[in-house]
Design a protein around this ligand. Structure first.
Ligand code: F6R
Length: 234
């Protein structure tokens, strides 16, 4: 697991956007795994700029989002469908029919593999170590499924809702095994609020159910991208 530390989240996000652009240039039909949340927004802004200025072509790219709230309509402004449309899909020439999310009655894992698997997976990390919505206690071999969100995740995500009581208590999430199958993984963590979990992640060197992100230790191509604030060594 490699760490790359950047002075700030702007520089870090530009690096990640450049990497995605390079991957699309090398493989125009890239299968790209995407995250929502505050962390990747700047990366999506840089990708939009790259589309406008560098002619990067999303026409044949397929995207696979990590998760979606259960019991929220996809039109709801807090849904992850809405988020992706707002920050990326409506701004680039992606074919919306090539953008996928986990949902009910859909064998997402099989679907991803039938499409050739994820080439590059972008991840954020929760303050409790979750990736996707694989909360502490998630099994290493977990598949895409409905998960119960923990109190801390509901609290952390409440900032996007008018009231904490409006945050859905369940979500569809890729499993740890699903994420692990991606060929290349980039995890982003920015800001002081992620410092503690990054410190915890560095302390252990094997998978622990208490910190789901620790599954990444066993993967052969993972880069953790931090800004200085999230870097626990400072
Ligand atoms: C979102 C996701 C989550 C977030 C994590 C961090 O699709 O899978 O694991 O990446 O909760 O969220 P932010 O970036 O808002 O701190």
């Amino acid at each position: 697991m490699k760490y790359k530390i950047f002075k700030n989240k702007e520089q870090a996000s530009k690096y990640v956007s450049d990497l995605i652009v390079k991957s699309i240039t090398q493989k125009p039909n890239l299968n790209l795994g995407l995250a929502t949340g505050s962390t990747p927004i700047l990366t999506y802004d840089f990708l939009t700029q790259a589309f406008e200025n560098e002619n990067v072509d999303f026409k044949n790219v397929k995207t696979f989002n990590l998760d979606e709230y259960k019991d929220l309509k996809i039109e709801n402004k807090n849904s992850y469908h809405f988020f992706m449309n707002k920050y990326l899909f409506s701004k680039v020439n992606i074919n919306i029919n090539n953008t996928f999310f986990p949902k009910s009655n859909f064998n997402y894992d099989e679907f991803i593999q039938k499409n050739g698997g994820i080439d590059l997976q972008i991840l954020g990390i929760g303050q409790n170590g979750h990736i996707g919505f694989n909360e502490p206690g998630s099994k290493k071999n977990s598949k895409t499924r409905i998960v119960d969100l923990t109190k801390s995740t509901i609290k952390a995500n409440a900032k996007h809702f008018q009231d904490e009581s409006e945050v859905p208590i369940q979500a569809y999430s890729m499993g740890l095994e699903t994420i692990f199958k991606a060929k290349k993984i980039i995890l982003l963590a920015f800001g002081n609020s992620k410092k503690e979990i990054i410190k915890e992640l560095k302390k252990i060197d094997e998978f622990s159910e208490n910190i789901p992100a620790s599954i990444l230790y066993e993967h052969k191509d993972v880069t953790i991208i931090l800004d200085e604030e999230a870097n626990s060594d400072l």
